[in-house]
Design a protein around this ligand. Structure first.
Ligand code: HEC
Ligand SMILES: [Cu+2]
Length: 397
C-alpha cells in the first residue's frame, strides 16, 4: 500500500512539472515556440537529441527489465550456478558501433547548425546578392545599444527589424561579458569586451515584439538586462528608419510642461544620455523613449514608474546601474516636467503597436540602401574602420 501512495506521489510530481513546463511556451519568450529560423533550427536539434536519448533509454530499459525477469532466481534453484560467459565479439561490436552511430547522428547536424546559425556571409537570391542590414550592438551594464550601419539611425533598448529578411548583428561589450539572447528567434551569442566582435543573424517569421535577455551573469542587475526585438513589416521598417533619421533633438515639444522638461533634461541628463543620432553614450539613447514597451528594459511603462526611476536613479529598481552616480537633485515639478518630456519623444509613426496590428506593408527596402546618404556614411565608416584597424595593428605590435 505504501508503495502505491509513493507511486501516486511520483505521478503527481511529474504532472505538476508538465504543467509548469507547459507555461514556458510563450510566443514572445520561449525557445520551445520558435518564431524565427535560428530558433527553429535549435528546437529541431533539441528534438533530435531527445529522440536519440529516448531511444537509448527505451532499449536499455527493455533489456534491463527482460534480464531481471528472465534470469532472476527461481524456486528450487538456490544452488544453481548459470553458465559463465566471458567476452562476446558480437556484443562488444554491437555496443561499440551503435553508440558511435548515435553520436554521428547527433554530431553531424549539430556541427552544421553551429556554423550556419552564425553564418553572416552575404545571402544570394535569384536576383543576385541581397542588401544586408547590419546593426552594431553594444552590451552595457545593464542595457543594450543599437546602431544601424550606414543608415544613420541609433537607438537603445528596443531593436526594430523587418520581417522579410535576416538582419546581421555585430556585437561587442563596453564593460564585462554579456550574452545576447532572444529565445524565440535565435541562440545565444557572447558579447565580449576584449575587442573582438561576434557576429550572428536573426530573423522573425512574423511581426511581433520578442523579448530578449542577457544570458551571461554580468552584475547585480544582470537578470534585469532585458530588451525587446520589434519585428515589423518591411514597409513599416522603412518608415521607421526614415522617421528616426529625421529626428531633430532641438525641436520644442508642443506641451509647455514637456518644453520645460526638455530644459531640465538638457541641464541634468545630457551628459550621459543622447537624443537623436548622436553616438553611444553612458546611458541609453532616448530618441524614441515615448514608444518604449518598458522603462529601462524591465519596468512597466507608466509615468509613476518613470518618475520613481528618475527620482531614485533606479537605485532599487535596477541595483548597481550606472545612473546611480548622477549628481542631480530635481524638485517634484522638474521630475514631472522631465517625465512628460521623455514620454513625448515619439518621432516615428511606427511603434511596437505596429508589430501587433497584423498589417503588412511591402517594401524591398532598396530605398534604404541606394541613397547617397548611405554611401557617404558607409564610406566614412570604412575609413573609420581602417583607422581602427591600423590602431589595433600597432597596438598588437
Ligand atoms: C551618470 C550618467 C547619467 C545621468 C546624469 C542620467 N542618467 Fe539616466 N541612465 C543612465 C544609465 C547608465 C542608464 C541605464 C540604466 C540601466 O538600465 O542599467 C539610464 C537610464 C535611464 C532611463 C531609462 C531609459 C530607457 O531607455 O529605458 C531613463 C528614463 C533615464 N535614465 C532618465 C534620466 C533623466 C531624466 C536624467 C536627468 C534628470 C538622467 N537619466 C540622468 C545614466 C545617467
Ligand atoms: Cu548580463
Amino acid at each position: 500500500m505504501k508503495g502505491l501512495t509513493s507511486k501516486f506521489k511520483a505521478v503527481g510530481a511529474l504532472m505538476t512539472l508538465a504543467l509548469i513546463l507547459s507555461g514556458c511556451g510563450e510566443e514572445f519568450l520561449s525557445a520551445l515556440r520558435p518564431q524565427g529560423q535560428g530558433a527553429s533550427d535549435i528546437l529541431s536539434l533539441m528534438i533530435l537529441s531527445i529522440a536519440v536519448m529516448m531511444f537509448v533509454f527505451v532499449v536499455v530499459m527493455v533489456i534491463y527489465v527482460f534480464v531481471i525477469l528472465k534470469f532472476r532466481q527461481k524456486k528450487g534453484q538456490e544452488d544453481f550456478i548459470p553458465e559463465q560467459v566471458e567476452g562476446s565479439h558480437t556484443l562488444e561490436t554491437l555496443w561499440t558501433v551503435v553508440p558511435i552511430f548515435l553520436i554521428l547522428i547527433l554530431a553531424v547536424p549539430t556541427v552544421q547548425y553551429t556554423f550556419s546559425l552564425v553564418d553572416t556571409s552575404p545571402q544570394v537570391s535569384a536576383e543576385g546578392e541581397e542588401d544586408q542590414i547590419w546593426i552594431n550592438v553594444t552590451g552595457k551594464q545593464y542595457w543594450w545599444h543599437f546602431e544601424y550601419d550606414g543608415m544613420d539611425v541609433t537607438t537603445s533598448q528596443e531593436l526594430y527589424i523587418p520581417t522579410d529578411r535576416r538582419v546581421f548583428l555585430s556585437l561587442h561589450s563596453e564593460d564585462v561579458i554579456h550574452s545576447f539572447w532572444v529565445p524565440t528567434l535565435q541562440g545565444k551569442i557572447d558579447v565580449n569586451p576584449t575587442g573582438n566582435r561576434n557576429e550572428i543573424w536573426i530573423d522573425a517569421e512574423k511581426e511581433g515584439v520578442y523579448w530578449g535577455k542577457c544570458a551571461e551573469f554580468c552584475g547585480p542587475s544582470h537578470s534585469l538586462m532585458d530588451f525587446k526585438v520589434v519585428a515589423v513589416s518591411p514597409g513599416e521598417f522603412e518608415q521607421w528608419v526614415k522617421d528616426m533619421r529625421n529626428i531633430d533633438p532641438e525641436a520644442t515639444p508642443e506641451s509647455e510642461v514637456a518644453a520645460a522638461g526638455q530644459e531640465v533634461f538638457a541641464n541634468n541628463c545630457m551628459s550621459c544620455h543622447a537624443n537623436g543620432t548622436s553616438p553611444n553614450k553612458i546611458g541609453p539613447n532616448v530618441s524614441n523613449f515615448g514608444d518604449r514597451e518598458r522603462i529601462a528594459g524591465v519596468l512597466e511603462y507608466n509615468k509613476e514608474n518613470l518618475i520613481e526611476w528618475i527620482e531614485t536613479k533606479g537605485k532599487d529598481m535596477k541595483p548597481g546601474n550606472l545612473m546611480t552616480s548622477a549628481a542631480y537633485d530635481l524638485s517634484d515639478e522638474e521630475l514631472e516636467q522631465v517625465a512628460e518630456y521623455l514620454m513625448s519623444l515619439s518621432p516615428s509613426e511606427i511603434t511596437p503597436e505596429n508589430a501587433n496590428d497584423n498589417e503588412y506593408i511591402e517594401s524591398d527596402l532598396s530605398d534604404l540602401f541606394v541613397d547617397e546618404e548611405k554611401d557617404e556614411s558607409s564610406q566614412e565608416k570604412s575609413e573609420e574602420e581602417s583607422e581602427e584597424d591600423s590602431e589595433e595593428d600597432s597596438d598588437s605590435n
